[in-house]
Design a binder for this molecule. Structure first.
Ligand SMILES: Cc1ncc(COP(=O)(O)O)c(C=O)c1O
Length: 349
C-alpha cells in the first residue's frame, strides 16, 4: 500500500495538468436547446431502464427520461435532508408495499420531514405510477424530501415537502451462487441514523467500495460493542451448527422488511423439523464466524448466500442447504404469498 500523502499529492497534480485557456463553457440559449441535448443522450439507449417517474414538484407522472430531474435547491440534494424506501415489482404485484410505506413514514418522522400528501395518497400514486410504467418486474423507489427552497441548513425556507418516485425496469430473480464478504473498516452510522432510511448512504457506499477493492462482494458492519450489525444495504442472517436461524437485533440497525418477514415465515421450517429454532439476539463476531451457513437478506435479493468472510470459509465454504430453503421460503412468498403481502397493480393496456 502506498504512502497516502504521496498518492493524494500525485492525484492533485494530475488534476492540475492541461491548458484550459481556450475553454469556453457552452451556454444553453433556450430550454428547447437544452431539452434536445438531454433527449439526445437518451436516444442511443436501447431499453429505457426508467419507464416512469412521479414528482410532486411537477404534480404528475413523467415518461420522458430526459425530464426525470429534481431541483438543485431541494434540501435532499445539497443537505441530504430526505428519506427513501423501495418495493419490488414482481409478476405485476407490489411485494410488501405497505410495510415499506410504514417504514418510509417512520423514517420521515425521525428526519422531521412531513409529507405533502396523506399515506393513502402516497400509496395510490405509487400504484398508479407502477401501472403507468407497464413494468411487471423491477423496483419501485421513492423519496420524501424537505423540498426545494434555498441552500440553508434549516428547512424553514422550504415551503412544501417533495415526493418523488421512479420505476426501474430490471430482472428480479433468486440468487443461487455464494459471495465473499469482509468486515467493514468504514465506521457504521450511529443508531439514530442507522435506524431511519435516510439518503445519507456515503458510509454504505464506502463500505462496498472497500469490499470491492479487496475482491469481496460487500461487507459486514460490527458495532462498537463487538456485535454483528448489518450489511451495507441488507440485513444478515446465520444458521448455527445446531440448525438455529439467528439474526442480529434491530435496535441499532435498519429494521429490514425482508428480515422481519423471514422471522414470520421461518417457523414453518421449524415445524417441518428442518430448523431447530428462529431467534434474534446480540451476536458476537466469534459466534457469527462459527456459523454453519450465512446469508444476506434484503428486498432486492431476497437471500444471497455468503460462503466466505474475511477470507475464511463459512461452514464448508459452499452454498448452504438451509440457506436455499430460507431463500425458497421468501421467494414463494414473493410469487404466491397472501394478498396482504402482494398488492395487485391494474395495468393500463
Ligand atoms: C442499511 C440497510 N439495512 C438493511 C436493509 C434491508 O431492508 P429491506 O429488507 O427492507 O430491503 C436495507 C435496505 O433497505 C438497508 O439499506
Amino acid at each position: 500500500m502506498g504512502n497516502p500523502t504521496e498518492s493524494t499529492t500525485s492525484s492533485l497534480k494530475s488534476l492540475e495538468i492541461g491548458d484550459d485557456s481556450d475553454l469556453r463553457v457552452h451556454v444553453f440559449s433556450s430550454s428547447s436547446e437544452l431539452l434536445e441535448k438531454l433527449q439526445q443522450s437518451w436516444s442511443s439507449v436501447e431499453k429505457q431502464p426508467y419507464p416512469a417517474m412521479y414528482s410532486s414538484v411537477y404534480g404528475g407522472i413523467i415518461l420522458d427520461p430526459a425530464m426525470m430531474v429534481i431541483p438543485i435547491d431541494d434540501h435532499m440534494v445539497h443537505r441530504g435532508h430526505g428519506v427513501f424506501d423501495t418495493a419490488i415489482i414482481l409478476d405485476g404485484y407490489l411485494y410488501e408495499l405497505d410495510v415499506h410505506l410504514d417504514r418510509f413514514l417512520r423514517s420521515a418522522s425521525k428526519a422531521k420531514i412531513s409529507s405533502p400528501f396523506p399515506r393513502s395518497t402516497l400509496r395510490s400514486i405509487l400504484i398508479q405510477l407502477t401501472a403507468t410504467s407497464k413494468c411487471k418486474e423491477g423496483t419501485l423507489r421513492y423519496w420524501l424530501s424537505a423540498g426545494p427552497g434555498d441552500f440553508l441548513l434549516s428547512s424553514a425556507g422550504c415551503p412544501t415537502p417533495a415526493f418523488y418516485a421512479v420505476v426501474i425496469d430490471q430482472e428480479v430473480s433468486q440468487h443461487k451462487e455464494g459471495v465473499k464478504v469482509i468486515t467493514s473498516n468504514v465506521p457504521m452510522k450511529p443508531p439514530l441514523f442507522a435506524t431511519m432510511k435516510n439518503v445519507n448512504y456515503l458510509p454504505n457506499v464506502l463500505s462496498v467500495l472497500e469490499a470491492e477493492e479487496k475482491g469481496a462482494f460487500a461487507s459486514i458492519w460490527v458495532d462498537d460493542a463487538g456485535y454483528i450489525a448489518e450489511g451495507p444495504n441488507v440485513n444478515v442472517a446465520f444458521i448455527t451448527p445446531e440448525k438455529e436461524l439467528v439474526m442480529p437485533l434491530f435496535d441499532n440497525i435498519l429494521s429490514g422488511c425482508t428480515a422481519k418477514r423471514l422471522l414470520e415465515l421461518a417457523p414453518k421450517l421449524v415445524d417441518q423439523g428442518l430448523l431447530k429454532g428462529v431467534t434474534t439476539k446480540y451476536l458476537t463476531v466469534e459466534e457469527a464466524k462459527g456459523a454453519a451457513e450465512m446469508m444476506y437478506v434484503g428486498s432486492t435479493l431476497p437471500v444471497l448466500p455468503i460462503i466466505a468472510w474475511d477470507d475464511q470459509p463459512i461452514g464448508n465454504g459452499t452454498v448452504g442447504e438451509l440457506t436455499m430453503l430460507v431463500s425458497d421460503l421468501l421467494w414463494d412468498d414473493m410469487v404466491s404469498g397472501p394478498d396482504t403481502q402482494r398488492i395487485p397493480v391494474t395495468y393500463v393496456e
